[in-house]
Write a protein that binds this ligand. Structure first.
Ligand SMILES: C[S@@+](CC[C@H](N)C(=O)[O-])C[C@H]1O[C@@H](n2cnc3c(N)ncnc32)[C@H](O)[C@@H]1O
Length: 252
């Protein structure tokens, strides 16, 4: 039996129930599957605390020779879990230079990066921009705490600070994606804290373009007026041609 299989079994059971706890189970199971399907992954985790995600990754790589989980936390979390596949580093997650001196294997490439430390937009920005060049092609970056929905007014986990912090992080990820379409795929799990997933579609060493923040438009009538006056161009789907289909259905 694998090292934390009982915990994974619990998550599998929770993922089938109707209450919201299935969403957090699904987030962790998604990461378990991603780590499990890789042969000898190098995983870097930012934020350990009591080691929930740490257990998930360690279970997925249990008995995989040369697979590694390197976990970083600003606090001492060295007793959070036990495994020969685990290395813990106590430091600030944005001090990547010092991390590379301690763990040079990271320069060979990261298969999975999990971002779950300080949940502010500026900190997450430094983490993702600092680590991206060390992520392998087809490598994955997960971000926790990106769904503001459950924290909104009157909702299940009503909390104004979490609502705003999660929205800020999600806005950042959208801005990064917008500026990096050619090198990123982006998907999300919603309902709990929220888990975002970037898949890297560029080479080891490639960096990200700066995030591109755009203004969200309200007042549709105003913007329509600009369009009618030809001050602003709008894209329209043309149903009489196939341009809206990325793959022409006629070729089936
Ligand atoms: C949400 S908890 C991590 C939870 C963990 N991933 C889990 O699933 O159980 C966030 C952790 O980030 C750590 N942290 C906060 N600021 C940090 C920083 N600047 N660098 C590294 N770790 C930090 C905290 O000490 C805390 O343990």
């Amino acid at each position: 039996m694998k090292i934390y299989e009982n915990y994974i079994d619990q998550l599998r059971a929770n993922s089938k129930i109707k209450t919201e706890s299935r969403f957090s189970a699904n987030q962790l199971l998604e990461m378990h599957f991603e780590a499990f399907k890789r042969d000898k992954p190098i995983i870097v985790e930012l934020g350990v605390n009591r080691g929930q995600s740490t257990r998930v990754f360690l279970n997925a790589i249990d008995n995989k020779t040369n697979a590694r989980l390197i976990s970083i936390d600003i606090n001492d979390c060295k007793d959070a879990v036990k495994s020969t596949n685990w290395e813990f580093v106590q430091q600030d997650s944005i001090d990547i230079e010092s991390l590379l001196l301690k763990k040079p294997i990271i320069k060979d490439g990261i298969d999975i990066l999990y971002v779950d430390s300080l949940h502010t937009q500026s900190h997450v920005l430094k983490e993702v921009y600092g680590f991206f060049q060390y992520v392998k092609p087809e490598g994955v970056i997960y971000f926790d705490d990106i769904d503001s929905g459950p924290y909104m007014s009157g909702q299940r986990k009503d909390s104004v600070s979490n609502e705003i912090a999660n929205r800020d992080i999600f806005d950042l990820l959208e801005a990064i994606f917008r500026a990096n379409y050619s090198s990123l795929d982006f998907s999300i799990n919603r309902g709990s804290t929220g888990l975002a997933k970037f898949v890297k579609r560029s080479k080891l060493g490639d960096k990200l373009n700066s995030p591109l923040f755009t203004k969200k438009r309200n007042f549709k009538l105003f913007w329509r007026l600009l369009e009618i006056l030809k001050i602003k161009k709008t894209h329209h789907h043309n149903n009489s041609t196939n341009e809206s289909f990325s793959i022409n259905p006629k070729n089936d």
